[in-house]
Ligand binder design. Sequence first.
Ligand SMILES: [Zn+2]
Length: 82
Amino acid sequence: MPITEVNITSFCAECGAEIETVTVKKDNMMLFTDDQAWCPECQVDRPQVRDVAGRLESIESEQGSYPKAVPAEPFPGQADGR
Ligand SMILES: [Zn+2]
């Protein structure tokens, strides 16, 4: 059986804090979403950015350390955080 699941990590689009990592079917993978997610750092619902935490080839060795995902730059003009 081919591996058909991938790990998706969500990050806060404002501060870059990791929100959650979920395992989804590759067919259902959505890296882009309009849904907001609760950020434990901001203490508020934030837009989220997603990245693939475990590439297909590396899932079997996921017991090792994950590569550090680098969130995208915060959106310019939305940095006051108040
Ligand atoms: Zn945040």
